[in-house]
Ligand binder design. Structure first.
Ligand SMILES: [Zn+2]
Ligand SMILES: [Zn+2]
Length: 548
């Protein structure tokens, strides 16, 4: 095969030339070739750059070669479209045998941009015209729009050449054109309607023109062969479910883009890399959900909103870097990212939403930023590899089931700032043995339910419940620290005192009860002494004396 014959079936390329004739195999236009296109000797309709292209196409072309019909419409186009005469003619011919050229220099629209999809399903000008193989509209020099559903369900249609002044493609214009491999988009195009190319399962690549600002809802949804997309620098918005394309491997987002709509790249299961630019401020719900081949993500500093399940179910995602502009991770933003091992959370983050990292089963450790105040429901539920987590001193609330089923978690230090621990927060953390829990924390129901190792420890220490055990443990840890500190102070005072050993002790003891008994440390100690039958300040002194 020569260099000129690289098969490129299925490319959608920019239109730049004036002639619409292009090779039926590689899709290249005649204007880009050194020699003229050569016709197939049998039908005289199919044209190729060279022998190699002709041979390459023969397998497909063979079946149709002798049955091909060329229909050229020069005049009375409006009437033939409106009356349905052209459609009726096409419906009488067999599948994939018609090469239609419309070249009316006065026609401005084919079909109706305002036709509701429900009506387009019955009235669109070429609806279900399965005889259409190729369509060339290049000669319609004033054509600005191809209306709703115009070529809907033309399942044999392989290529379309659009004219240079076209600005709008209507909703569902080429929906379900399952053989469509080539469309030439003119640079004049500014509007791409909803579902315009939905389920065009033969499209392999798309180059979108330079003036396009918006890609409508589901425009390329279910284009299951689409592997590459070049988005223009004019694009500001990608609509809902714009690309749900299982073969799409990489996407470079343009500098102009500020918003990615709901599910924009959802279910793009071959997508391995996405380059985000600093213009992006919003990534909506499910924008990359179930992109099961995506391995790493660096989100831009401009991002302020990340939607629910934005990266949910990205099961190959191993690392994520989140920008300092984010304050909240909402519902299941990274839920079910089962390969995720490393996450850098920004210092701006105050809330981790429900199920934010639920079932991230490879996550072994997590450092939460000092800005975080709230961990919502099941934020780390089912993170079965998580062994350690450092909770910041800013945290006040741990939600329901926040760490439930973290079966590898062995120790947790809850910060003194914590006021509420939601129900079942550590439920089924079967490896958990060490918990430091502050006095300030109010516990919900079943916080440590089925924490077998912890329950065993509590029982062994003679406690009826894990909670009582942890409360006691906290007090004893605090007391131990306190006593050691008081003792150090007492010893220093004795060393600095004068007189005999007995006189030194006596003078320091005389000062001690009055010393800072209102302070938090001493106060807590006194409270504990009273509660355990000691007698306040005297008890304190007596307690210290035991250690002297
Ligand atoms: Zn060719
Ligand atoms: Zn032929």
């Amino acid at each position: 095969m020569s260099k000129n014959a690289t098969p490129n079936i299925g490319s959608l390329s920019l239109s730049s030339g004036t002639q619409s004739r292009c090779c039926w195999y590689c899709g290249r236009g005649e204007e880009t070739l050194a020699t003229k296109l050569q016709k197939c000797g049998r039908c005289g309709l199919a044209v190729y750059c060279n022998r190699e292209c002709q041979r390459g196409d023969w397998k497909l072309h063979k079946a149709k070669c002798k049955r091909l019909t060329e229909i050229v419409v020069d005049t009375d186009v409006k009437n033939r479209l409106r009356s349905g005469a052209l459609k009726r003619q096409l419906l009488t011919l067999s599948e994939g045998t018609v090469i239609l050229t419309i070249r009316d220099p006065d026609i401005t629209t084919i079909g109706d941009m305002n036709l509701a999809v429900e009506r387009a399903q019955f009235e669109a000008p070429f609806l279900v015209c399965k005889s259409l193989l190729r369509v060339d509209l290049k000669g319609c020099t004033k054509l600005t729009s191809v209306g709703s559903g115009a070529f809907w369900d033309c399942t044999s249609l392989t290529s379309v050449v659009l004219p240079d002044r076209l600005t709008q493609l209507g909703d569902s214009a080429f929906q379900d054109c399952t053989s469509l491999t080539s469309v030439v988009f003119p640079n004049s195009l500014t509007v791409l309607g909803e579902a315009a190319f939905v389920a065009c399962s033969a499209l392999t690549s798309v180059v979108l023109p330079n003036n396009l600002t918006q890609i409508g809802l589901a425009a390329f949804l279910d284009c299951s062969s689409l592997t590459s997309v070049v988005l223009p620098d004019s694009l500001t918005m990608l609509g809902e479910s714009a690309f749900g394309c299982t073969s799409l491997t990489s996407v470079l987002l343009p500098d102009s883009l500020t918003m990615l709509g709901n599910g924009a790249f959802g279910q793009c299961s071959s997508l391995t890399s996405v380059v985000f630019r600093d213009s992006l401020t919003q990534i909506d719900n499910g924008a990359f959900s179930d992109c099961t081949s995506l391995t790493s993500v660096v989100l831009p500093d401009s991002l302020t909103e990340l939607g629910e399940q934005a990266f949910g179910g990205c099961s190959s995602l191993t690392s994520v870097v989140l920008p300092d502009s984010l304050t909240e991770l909402v519902f299941a933003a990274f839920g079910r990212c089962t390969s995720l091992t490393s996450v850098v959370l920004p210092n701006s983050l105050t809330q981790l939403g429900k199920q934010a990292f639920q079932e991230c089963t490879s996550l072994t450790s997590m450092v939460l930023p000092n800005s975080l105040t709230q961990l919502s429901e099941a934020a780390f539920g089912g993170c079965t590899s998580l062994t350690s987590v450092v909770l910041p001193n800013s945290l006040t609330q741990v939600g329901f089931g926040a760490f439930s089923e973290c079966t590898s978690l062995t120790s947790v230090v809850l910060p003194d700032s914590l006021t509420q621990v939601g129900g079942a927060a550590f439920c089924e953390c079967t490896s958990l043995t060490s918990v430091v829990m502050p006095d300030s924390a109010v516990l919900g129901d079943y916080v440590f339910e089925q924490c077998d190792a912890l329950l065993q420890k509590a029982t062994f220490a003679g406690f009826d419940s894990v909670e009582l055990y942890l409360r006691h443990r906290y007090i004893s840890i605090t007391l131990r620290k306190l006593v050691l500190r008081l003792l150090g102070k007492y010893n220093r005072a004795v060393n600095n005192a004068e007189g005999t050993e007995a006189e030194k002790h006596a003078s320091v003891l005389a000062q001690f009860p009055a010393d800072n008994s209102g302070s938090l440390d001493v106060g807590l100690f006194l409270k504990a002494m009273s509660a355990s039958g000691g007698d306040g300040e005297k008890g304190l002194v007596g307690y210290i004396l035991k250690f002297v």
